[in-house]
Write a protein that binds this ligand. Structure first.
Ligand code: NAP
Ligand code: G4F
Length: 331
């Protein structure tokens, strides 16, 4: 039985990846941080099925210990300070988690002499920032526009560097925005679908947003964790763009989400400069051709299905109902 270790298992992607690996028969281990209140909402349903270890990307010894204890065949490094606006408020901490944290995991593997472990790094389309090419591919020059983006560039290159320096099986997945009903409420998709549901149920009147003109290539998180796993199953390690190849404005997201609840967005959305960023990434659109050709990966859920799914899930959650059975409905 293969063993996998996931850092960031309590996050959106970590929870979907843990489910996928369990389905594939893996023994799944996850890294969790100590907090005064548990943050296990997304993995409560996996209780007893996965093994949790307390560690922190800031603490080298705890990372060494967790790799010793779990003895994995594959490590998926998903942990990060992942919210772009926070990276301007806490740029140094973001660098410690999101950049140097990657080196701590790679060093733990190397110091323990476990170079046979296959390593996945959660790189990001935020690295393309002020885009130098449309659409973005694995060879598009990087031009990050936030401390988060800069930290991810470091994580990306240190992963490639360990592959080239130590002949380790290290892959970097350059993932474009991917969402779900498990997305944190501060990210724009979930903020919008949660806001729509609250307005529909009479719990709120307005939704305050920033820049509606930026464009993102949004996919479904469940599709994207499949790509992570595929990257670690190849003969040779490599880096891949994972995207849908479509882009939409935030405004289009807003229109669709309000329409899914039978509402007109113009009656409820207020533009608030507090949510406008010091520097914006105006346009992201990825070219997933390499992943399609080499991994046989393609996204299954469309943007329209994703938005509808998230609105329905937020309506159900706020009414205390069980989440809709998306699989049965094909979305
Ligand atoms: P997320 O929901 O914000 O989850 C982040 C995870 O990292 C959480 O489990 C968090 O634990 C953990 N974490 C943060 N700091 C840590 C530390 N110092 N030590 C240990 N764990 C720590 O993020 P996500 O959306 O699942 O994204 C997963 C990864 O993919 C992240 O690296 C993100 O930057 C990257 N990425 C995401 C997207 C996207 O669109 N979702 C796109 C490209 C790349 P707590 O629960 O304790 O906070
Ligand atoms: O949902 P967002 O906060 O995601 P962003 O900044 O694109 O970052 C996400 O995707 C990256 C991949 O490219 C990941 F690496 C990263 O970890 C994260 O998962 O914002 C999307 C867009 C931005 O242009 C933002 O300015 O939505 C715009 N926006 C407009 N109003 C807003 C809001 N974003 C947020 N969070 N809140 C608003 O009120």
């Amino acid at each position: 039985m293969k063993r996998a270790l996931i850092t960031g298992v309590t996050g959106q992607d970590g929870s979907y990846l843990a489910e996928l690996l369990l389905e594939k028969g893996y023994e799944v281990h996850g890294v969790v941080r100590r907090a005064s209140t548990e943050t296990f909402e997304r993995i409560n349903h996996l209780s007893g099925k996965i093994h949790l270890h307390q560690a922190d990307l800031l603490d080298q010894l705890s990372i060494i210990d967790v790799i010793k204890e779990s003895n994995p065949d594959e490590v998926y490094n998903l942990a990060a300070q992942s919210f772009v606006p926070t990276s301007w408020k806490q740029p140094v901490l973001t660098a410690e988690f999101t950049a140097t944290g990657v080196t701590r995991v790679l060093e733990a593997i190397r110091l323990l002499g476990k170079e046979r472990i296959r390593f996945y790094q959660a790189s990001s389309s935020e690295m393309f920032g002020k885009v130098q090419e449309v659409p973005q591919t694995e060879s598009t020059p990087l031009y990050p526009r936030s401390p988060y983006g800069v930290a991810k560039v470091y994580g990306h290159w240190i992963t490639i560097n360990y592959r080239e320096s130590y002949n380790m099986y290290c892959c970097s997945g350059i993932l474009f925005n991917h969402e779900s009903e498990r997305r944190g409420r501060e990210f724009v998709t979930r903020k919008v679908t949660d806001g729509v549901a609250r307005i529909k149920l009479g719990m709120a009147k307005e939704l305050r947003l920033g820049n509606l003109d930026s464009k993102r290539d949004w996919g479904f998180a469940g599709d994207y964790v499949r790509a992570m796993w595929l990257m670690l199953q190849q003969d040779t390690p490599d880096d891949y763009v994972i995207a849908t190849g479509e882009t939409h404005t935030v405004k289009r997201l807003v229109e669709l989400a309000f329409a899914a609840a039978g509402l007109n967005w113009e009656n409820h959305v207020v533009i608030d400069p507090a949510f406008v960023r010091p520097a914006e990434v105006d346009l992201l659109i990825g070219d997933p051709a390499k992943a399609k050709a080499k991994l046989g990966w393609k996204p299954e859920v469309t943007f329209e299905q994703l938005v509808e799914r998230m609105v329905k899930a937020d309506l159900a959650r706020l009414q205390g109902q069980p989440l809709p059975d998306f699989k049965a409905r094909g979305i």
